[in-house]
Design a protein. Structure first.
Length: 217
């Protein structure tokens, strides 16, 4: 798919594709071969009609009465997202959160490999997380350049997040995943995604309150 074709795809469609992919990979692991849009809707919480509309942006995948071939659909979605080949990640923060991210097997299943882990603590530098030796964050630019890394993950204390984001941007990182509660700023050419779990939990409180209010009526 060309860059021009990608630009024509609505942002909402792109945001839903990873959800489809996660469910499809799980179905494949469970031994399923085909899936209907109705079943995908049940598993993702997305309207089946919306799913069918989303997938028509990329061609005709499904067969009436049969559904979608799971392996074929996984392959096509991975190609659309660019996860059909390996993407190297640099992870800054070798604490508990960083170690958990590095150990997450779902990354490799979706085309991501943690290629380098950095920290500024003398107690962490030189230690191992899995088969990766933690390096000094001061060496970031060299590591990014040598390994052609374009994706960075921030898993440091909140007060250090902006400094790390600045270092990543200056080193050539073009996509940053921020796991802290700090709102960081990046240059226009860098894409920033915030995944603070506390923020996500606060968002769900609204729905929890609605459920509990209904339950007490």
């Amino acid at each position: 798919m060309s860059a021009l074709e990608r630009e024509r795809i609505p942002e909402g469609v792109i945001e839903r594709l990873p959800t489809y992919l996660s469910v499809l990979i799980q179905l494949r692991q469970d031994g399923c071969y085909t899936v209907s849009s109705a079943r995908l809707g049940e598993l993702t919480g997305i309207n089946p009609a919306q799913i069918r509309r989303d997938l028509t942006h990329f061609g005709s995948f499904g067969k009436r009465g049969v559904g979608y071939e799971i392996v074929t659909l996984i392959d096509k979605i991975q190609r659309i997202l660019g996860s059909d080949h390996t993407h190297r990640i640099i992870l800054v923060g070798a604490g508990h959160l960083g170690a958990a991210i590095a150990a997450y097997s779902g990354l490799r299943a979706r085309g991501f490999v943690v290629a380098a882990i950095l920290d500024n603590s003398p107690d962490k530098i030189g230690t191992r997380i899995g088969d990766i030796i933690v390096q000094d964050v001061a060496d970031m630019e060299r590591v990014v350049r040598q390994q052609s890394i374009r994706i960075g993950v921030i898993a440091v204390p909140p007060e250090a997040a902006q400094t790390v984001a600045d270092q990543m941007s200056a080193s050539g990182i073009r996509v940053i995943l921020n796991y802290t509660s700090t709102v960081v700023r990046v240059p226009p050419e860098v894409r920033l995604h915030n995944t603070d779990p506390v923020r996500e939990l606060l968002h769900t409180l609204y729905y929890l309150a609605r459920i509990e209010n209904v339950a007490h009526v």
